[in-house]
Every structure is written in C-alpha cells, then in structure tokens.
Design a protein around this ligand. Structure first.
Ligand SMILES: *Cc1c(COP(=O)(O)O)cnc(C)c1O
Length: 367
C-alpha cells in the first residue's frame, strides 16, 4: 500500500474479486449473482465497485434508491439495476434510466403501473417484494389476489422476479424463523405465479443467507457485505478479504503533563505525563463519538493507541505514550489486520454502519 499522506480509504479490487469468487463457490444450483452496491458500495466507491463486478461477470446490481442507479447509468454501467426502495417521486427517473423497481405495496404497484401506462411502455421489468417476516417492506399473502388482478389488467409491466429478505440470516439461533420465512416465500410465489400465469425468478438470500441457507438460493442471490469482505461470522471472515482499509497520518504530537485535559469539554484528564497524537479524521468522516473516550483504539506501527477524550468533527486524539512514532507517521483505523467488524464492535455497532458512514470527503484510492 502506497504512502499515506492524508486520510485515505484504500480499496482493494483484488480482494473484491476474491470475495466474489468465494461467494460464487458457495452457490451450487447455478443461481445468478446480484451485487449490492447501495450506499456508495457500502461506503467505498460505487462506480469503481460496480464496474469491477460487471467485469467479474455479476448478473445484476442493486441500489437502495433511484438516484444511486442514475449515478451508475451516468457512469456507463449497463447491467440490469434493481432499485430496492423506489419511491413514487423517483418513477420518472426509474424509467428514463432503465432501472428496475422493486415494488413492495399495493399502492406503489398501482402508482408505477399508472405512470408506465401513461408513458405507453410495454412489459417494463419490475420486481415484487414479499414480506415474509422482516416487516420492513413487502406484500403479504392477503395482497396477492389484488396485485395479480392489477397485473393481469395491464401490458405495461412484466414481473421479472419476486424477492423477500431474511430477518436473521446471520443468526443460527433463528433458524426456525428463517426456515419459516423461506417456506412462506415459496408459498406466496406459487400463489402469485398461478394467478399471473408465469413464474418470475425468485431470490431471497443476502450474504449470510448465501452462507447459511443454500436451500434458499433459488434463481439469484444478493450479496453486499460479503463482497466487501465481511461474513458476519469468524469462520466466514477468515475466508473473505476486506476491500476497504482506512488509514490516516499523525498531524501533531503533544507532550501532556499530569493534570492537563485533552479535547472538548475536558472529557479526558491525564493522571500521569503522556504523549498524544492528533489525527485528521473525526465524526464528520464516520468515526462517531461512540468510538471516543477509550472505547476504541487505532494502530500505529502495530501498537494500539486508544482514542482519548471526545471525538471532534474533524479530528481525534489518541494516546501514544510509549509508542515510537512521530508526526507524519501512518495510522491504521481498520482494514485487513484490524477488521471493520472488530472496530465497530468496540462501539457496539456493526461493520455495515462503520463502512457506510465513511464520509464523502475521505479520499478513495483504488489499489
Ligand atoms: C442490503 C440488502 C442486501 C445485502 O445484504 P448483505 O447482508 O450486505 O449481503 C440484500 N438484500 C436486500 C433487500 C438488502 O436491502
């Protein structure tokens, strides 16, 4: 990894390729592969990741919001793009940019069909989401008859796939619940297929679903976190390689006397003489205040340096007492040897939140 001169998120596309092939190797029924690149590809670089996935042979991409799909189209991506959470306000753009909406309620289906008919489009590819227990987005069994009628009365849409989402795919204690979700999904799909006269593709598994529920791979799987190198479980983390490594540099070193305080609101007071380093990264860059006050440490030349005092918007201060280091030296926040999952755990959150929170002003460098 090249010299670090400012806060930089290094993105290892070979790691992405490794993770893609690892996840593919877990799919035994030939199911298609959808790469989830929402939220700036989990805080990394959506366009670079999407292009790499396209080159690797992924079948589909997914984003959460239409705007993200527009960015991908403007960058030249031609893969089908599923928009997981479209809103009525986005439908013009959805059609204009050839994005495929995931329709999740009777109202949103009616709204989309209305616009598609007005525009005179035929057999526009859409996806239907079933709520099988997550209770977030999706249709229930009781909606099926109404939607089937609605779909049968129009030529404007074609149901490319049906999908559902597992609520606890990473938690094997919830296996009964997940298995029940899978059964529901099959039942709902069959009921719908019968009424519309064709069988859409089915997909349900996110990363942990791919790893823990091979019986639910169906026609496609949807992976996000696994592609970025995290498997929600130590045994899978070992097989995957983190794509993102966050590094920064030491801006300034201070010698602190016993009794002096450090940072805002004097949250830390030295009980002995110490050495501190100030780093150019703060809560505006995604290192939230929950990482402060000794909860979390960064790595400097393989030594752990705890964050002391309150995290500031643009800076953190770390304890480097006894650590041989100087201004300009490199600092590791997370990456291959200190996983984002472990760092997130120190503040009782998860890798997803830490990764997606890395601020827009942090430089991205593709390796
Ligand atoms: C974000 C998301 C995924 C990807 O989940 P990972 O756990 O990151 O693999 C898959 N499906 C849906 C519906 C999602 O919202």
């Amino acid at each position: 990894m090249s010299n670090v001169e400012e806060t930089t998120l290094f993105l290892d596309l070979d790691a992405l390729s490794h993770n893609y092939h690892y996840l593919k190797s877990k799919i035994e029924n030939g199911a298609k592969f959808l790469g989830v690149v929402k939220a700036f590809a989990y805080g990394s670089d959506m366009v670079a990741i999407a292009k790499k996935l396209e080159a690797l042979g992924a079948d589909y991409l997914a984003v959460a919001y239409a705007k993200e799909g527009v960015l991908l189209r403007n960058a030249g991506l031609t893969l089908p793009i599923l928009v997981l959470h479209p809103l009525k306000a986005n439908f013009e753009e959805v059609i204009q940019y050839n994005l495929e909406p995931n329709l999740y309620s009777e109202k949103i289906i009616a709204d989309f069909i209305y616009l598609a008919e007005q525009k005179g489009v035929k057999k526009y590819l859409v996806h239907l989401k079933f709520n099988t227990g997550l209770n977030r987005l999706g249709l229930k069994a009781e909606n099926i008859e109404n939607i089937a009628n609605k779909i049968n009365q129009t030529e404007s849409v074609f149901i490319k796939s049906v999908l559902s989402h597992l609520a606890a795919s990473e938690d094997l204690e919830e296996k009964t619940f997940s298995t029940n979700q899978i059964a529901h999904f099959i039942k709902d799909t069959n009921a719908l297929s019968k009424l519309i006269g064709y069988k859409p593709m089915m997909h349900m598994c996110n990363t942990s679903g791919i790893l823990n529920y091979p019986e639910a791979h169906f026609d496609m799987v949807r992976s996000g976190i696994g592609l970025y190198g995290y498997g929600n479980e130590a045994k899978y983390d070992k097989e995957l390689k983190p794509v993102a490594t966050l590094k920064t540099v030491i801006s300034q070193i201070h010698s602190i006397e016993k009794g002096e305080s450090i940072g805002y609101n004097r949250a830390f007071v030295a009980d002995k003489p110490m050495r501190t380093a100030t780093l150019p990264i703060g809560h505006a860059d995604g290192i939230g205040r929950q990482y402060g006050n000794g909860k979390t440490a960064v790595q400097i030349h393989q030594h752990w340096a705890p964050i002391i005092g309150n995290v500031c918007m643009d800076m953190i201060m770390v304890d480097v007492t006894g650590i041989p280091c100087q201004e300009g030296d490199e600092v590791l926040l997370f990456g291959a040897n200190h996983s984002a999952d472990k760092m997130a755990g120190t503040a009782k959150t998860i890798s997803y939140e830490l990764l997606t929170g890395i601020g827009a002003r942090v430089k991205r460098k593709i390796l």
